[in-house]
Design a binder for this molecule. Structure first.
Ligand code: HEC
Length: 192
């Protein structure tokens, strides 16, 4: 019998018997390693890939689904209520209010494209509805306004509550300068 010096297959290779145990263990380990990296490794990787794919598909569906959740903004803009504050009160102060407040406090809201994309649209429509409900400049000319009401506006801009910080983060030009606040408060105190 020929001996190929492979003791684990050919036990008759007696002279190599000493190596036999080691050879077998070593060979098995190598085989196992190979199997692990080729089979197990690629299985693990493809599982991860499949999971990543499924997750992105799920996210895409959730995102698409969110777009079908209706948002309502009350009251709906109407043609009769689109007055510029600059035409109603002191034009300098009116221009500031038009620039920084009208998106949320009048019917003259500009809706950028992202304001139609959920979940941003949910936040924006909530802000606009709440803003219009509490103070709607579109009706300013038709209503009587007390000094207290005007001072409320001065207060809101003085302590930086208005315009909403999340709004000025995107609408940089809506930020009020110290001078803007001063002008608003002077108007609020004087009433003209
Ligand atoms: C991004 C939308 C948004 C903008 C822009 C905005 N507001 Fe408001 N405003 C709101 C919302 C929402 C409320 C009601 C909830 C609250 O008080 O946070 C409100 C409430 C108010 C109130 C009454 C209650 C309070 O908090 O004092 C005043 C007065 C006011 N805003 C004035 C202004 C003025 C003046 C400007 C512009 C300089 C302005 N807002 C710009 C959304 C806005």
């Amino acid at each position: 019998m020929t001996c190929h010096h492979e003791p684990y297959i050919e036990p008759w290779c007696a002279p190599y018997g000493a190596n036999r145990g080691y050879g077998m263990v070593e060979e098995k380990r190598l085989q196992l390693d190979k199997a692990m990296t080729s089979k197990c490794g690629s299985n693990h990787l493809s599982l991860m890939r499949t999971l990543a794919k499924l997750t992105s598909i799920l996210f895409a569906f959730v995102f698409l689904g969110m777009q079908f959740v209706p948002t309502t903004t009350t009251p709906k803009p109407s043609a009769t209520t689109g007055v510029h504050m600059a035409e109603v009160i002191n034009p300098q102060v009116g221009a500031i209010l038009d620039r920084s407040c009208q998106d949320c406090h009048s019917s003259r809201t500009t809706w950028p494209w992202y304001s139609h994309v959920a979940p941003v649209s949910w936040i924006v429509s909530k802000h606009v509805s709440a803003g219009r409900e509490i103070l709607d400049f579109s009706d300013w000319a038709n209503e009587h306004h007390s000094a207290d009401e005007r001072m409320l506006i001065c207060d809101a801009v003085s302590d930086g509550r208005m315009p909403l910080p999340e709004y000025t983060l995107i609408h940089r030009n809506a930020k009020l300068s110290k001078r803007d606040v001063e002008l608003i408060c002077n108007w609020a105190a004087a009433g003209h």
